[in-house]
Design a protein around this ligand. Structure first.
Ligand SMILES: [Zn+2]
Length: 155
């Protein structure tokens, strides 16, 4: 038995929540959220080289992975692998990036299912930003033959 971190009443060390006050993981000295987080000791320009975060703070706010290499549900980094990502090189479901591999992306150059690009884009529905802004006709790049298009369905 240990005192609860919050209310100081005796609780089991194995308790997931204090039966008295409801504090999560009450036996731990300190506790800053659910989930998993890793931050490398090595830092470059004030950013950790690697930051992995699939973590939520006690108030349920997600912890954004932010590092040279960022991996997480929400990520921000030079190299970013995330569900929602912001990066120079980004692999994500939703992303704004320099170079992106994503389902939904806005990027300088991208491979995406749906995307808006500046320089080059490949995918199912990708649009050039300059054409979107420059002309009234929306240019739709029909699925590139290199991406999953069967010869029989290509004319
Ligand atoms: Zn308690």
């Amino acid at each position: 038995m240990k005192p609860c971190r919050e209310c100081r009443r005796e609780i089991s060390e194995q308790a997931f929540a204090c039966p008295h006050c409801g504090a999560p993981y009450p036996a731990r000295e300190s506790w800053d959220g659910w989930g998993y987080e890793y931050k490398s000791k090595l830092a470059v320009a004030g950013l950790p080289l690697l930051h992995i975060s699939f973590k939520f703070r006690p108030n349920r706010r997600p912890v954004v992975a932010c590092g040279i290499i960022a991996i997480g549900q929400f990520g921000c980094g030079v190299v970013c692998i995330a569900q929602f990502g912001l990066g120079v090189f980004s692999m994500a479901q939703f992303t704004v990036a320099g170079f992106a591999l994503a389902q939904f992306a806005v990027a300088y150059s991208l491979i995406a299912q749906f995307g808006v690009y500046l320089a080059e884009g490949h995918g199912q529905l990708v649009f050039s930003l300059s054409k979107l802004l420059g002309t009234s006709t929306i240019h739709i790049a029909v699925m590139d033959s290199r991406f999953g298009c069967l010869p029989s369905s290509c004319s």
